[in-house]
Design a protein around this ligand. Structure first.
Ligand code: GAR
Length: 212
């Protein structure tokens, strides 16, 4: 049974999707803990109500990113993770933290990377006149919102979209692709080539298109 630790900062809807898929699809894995940098994160209540251990490491209690990341890693490692999943975890991580979890750290980012790393991705896609937007699940490397791409979902940008309407359309697809990527990881169905390309061993599609 593999241990998954999920990091959140807020609502936690991607975490919920992963928790549900893990239970419904009977993965050979368990959500060992949900960790947040904010005690107010809405997702903590959901996790606790599903019998999942919850932890808070408040970044405001630390004078440096290094000190915060050291404590965060200590708390995570108590749950012996095979995989650490960043699910709306809104902190920039130090290189030391990322190296510690290298090869077992996944993130979801709400854009078609390498376009629009960072914040306000949906507003930036609309301003740029993009006709497609989406989300990317990737293995984390020290460079922000960068790393081998596991799966992407693409949705249309509509003429009347606002950041919020586009975010909602993308989020529905995030809930499809993130559980899929996590399952592939825990079932050892992913390989990464020397040049950083990720393949799914069964040939399952690593892209999802949605016109909705
Ligand atoms: C998601 O849209 C996720 O892609 C994004 O935050 C949201 C969290 O929602 N992540 C980032 O922007 C990371 N750079 P959730 O808490 O409901 O899963």
């Amino acid at each position: 049974m593999k241990n998954i630790v999920i990091l959140i900062s807020g609502r936690g809807s991607n975490m919920e999707a992963i928790v549900h898929a893990c239970a419904q699809e009977k993965w050979g894995a368990r959500i060992a803990a949900v960790v947040s940098n904010k005690a107010s994160a809405g997702g903590l209540a959901f996790a606790a109500s599903h019998g999942i251990a919850t932890e808070v490491v408040d970044h405001k209690q630390f004078d440096s990113r290094e000190a915060f990341d050291t404590e965060l890693a200590r708390v995570i490692d108590q749950h012996q993770p095979d995989l650490v999943v960043l699910a709306g975890f809104m902190r920039i991580l130090t290189e030391g933290f990322v190296r510690h979890y290298e090869g077992r750290l996944l993130n979801i980012h709400p854009s078609l990377l390498p376009a629009f790393p960072g914040l306000h991705t949906h507003e930036r896609a609309i301003e740029a006149g993009c006709k497609l937007a989406g989300a990317t699940v990737h293995l984390v490397t020290p460079e922000l919102d960068h790393g081998p791409i596991v799966i992407q979902a693409a949705v249309p940008v509509r003429a009347d979209d606002t950041g919020d309407t586009l975010a909602a359309r993308v989020l529905r697809q995030e809930h499809q692709i993130y559980p899929r990527a996590v399952r592939w990881f825990v079932e050892d169905r992913l390989t990464v080539s020397a040049d950083g390309r990720v393949s799914q061993l069964d040939g399952a599609p690593q892209v999802v298109w949605s016109a909705d």
